[in-house]
Ligand binder design. Structure first.
Ligand code: BJW
Ligand code: ZN
Length: 265
């Protein structure tokens, strides 16, 4: 057995022996679907400054700039499909009890995978729908009131200026979480409760730089659980991880989870 095979074998045993698993994903899980990451060599932050685009101050300063950047990303993401990594995680959550998916991604690809894999298995998708800690580019919310709406890519080109709220005429904005903003309370509570109860945290494709999301696996570790990382590169989580599988999630997750996600009998 090579080093890589021995590690995969250990990782598979960790998954098999865990009663409750919390999975935290980041942009890397969608990289093989064609969604750009944030901090890598080809990441979005190489060509865009986060503080000019992903803060409430940026939106107040130049709403049209922020609006059009998200319209561009929404169009790009709408063309992407879940990869084998999303699908393996969806099947894990659908076929085993005690699995909670938590994502920082705003691309909705875990939900598409949940719906498509659930349909193949003839079950409901709910157990594989993730807690979305940073929102979704496919929803808008009002910057002044509580109004929210679904927002798919329109047939016509997107307007270049933000739309207005039908209830209060305030500016609509993407329903994502910018730096300095609170995360949605229900998702945050769901994620951290799962993290406290889990005996295994699987951290996939996240640089683990952005808190509080990056604390999810740390909470599991603090409660005595094990952390398993899937990422081509080391991250701040690597020091608490019992094991790291180094490589792309779209290849490693199906291998890691194959015995879990193949329906028996
Ligand atoms: C692969 C791969 C392959 C490649 N397979 N892997 C504690 C300490 C210091 C600062 C803070 C702290 N707590 C809070 C803060 C402040 C701040 C923060 O964390 N700052 C740090 C950056 C220093 N946090 C916040 O502001 C948060 N809010 C908050 O704390 O509110 C509290 C509050 C209290 C009281 C009043 C008010 C507020 C909010 C954070 C919101 C983050 N938003 C963004 C944008 C979302 C919308 C959008 O998409 O535009 O979320 S930023 C961006 O980073 C996005 C991501 O979800 C997030 C994480 O990035 P992720 O997913 O890890 O991606 P990358 O690109 O960083 O990494 C990709 C990884 O994949 C790499 O490791 C690759 O190696 C790997 N990879 N290919 C597997 N094929
Ligand atoms: Zn409003």
């Amino acid at each position: 057995m090579t080093g890589g095979e021995a590690e995969m074998d250990r990782a598979r045993r960790l998954v098999a022996s865990a009663e409750r698993i919390v999975v935290l994903t980041g942009a890397g899980v969608s990289a093989e679907s064609g969604v750009p990451t944030f901090r890598g060599e080809d990441g979005l932050w190489q060509s865009h400054r986060p503080e000019e685009l992903a803060t409430p101050q940026a939106f107040r300063r130049d709403p049209a700039l922020v609006w059009s950047w998200y319209a561009w990303r929404r169009e790009r993401v709408a063309e992407c499909r879940p990869n084998e990594g999303h699908r393996a995680l969806a099947r894990l959550a659908l076929l085993r009890d005690g699995v909670t998916l938590v994502t920082q991604n705003v691309d909705g690809l875990h939900t598409v995978a949940a719906e498509e894999e659930a349909e193949k298995l003839g079950v409901g998708p709910e157990p594989a729908i993730p807690w979305e800690l940073h929102g979704s580019v496919f929803r808008l919310r009002c910057s002044s009131c509580e109004y929210r709406e679904e927002h798919r890519v329109p047939e016509e080109p997107e307007p270049v200026e933000p739309l207005h709220c039908p209830e209060c005429r305030g500016l609509l904005r993407p329903d994502v979480v910018w730096f300095g903003e609170m995360l949605p309370a229900t998702a945050l509570d769901g994620a951290f409760q799962a993290a406290r109860e889990a005996d295994l945290a699987l951290a996939v494709g996240t640089s683990a730089m952005v808190h509080p999301a990056a604390s999810v696996p740390l909470v599991t570790a603090d409660a005595g659980g094990t952390v398993l990382e899937v990422n081509p590169d080391a991250t701040p989580l690597s020091r608490v991880a019992s094991l790291a599988l180094r490589g792309p999630a779209g290849e490693l997750l199906p291998e890691l989870l194959s015995s879990e996600v193949t329906p028996q009998g």
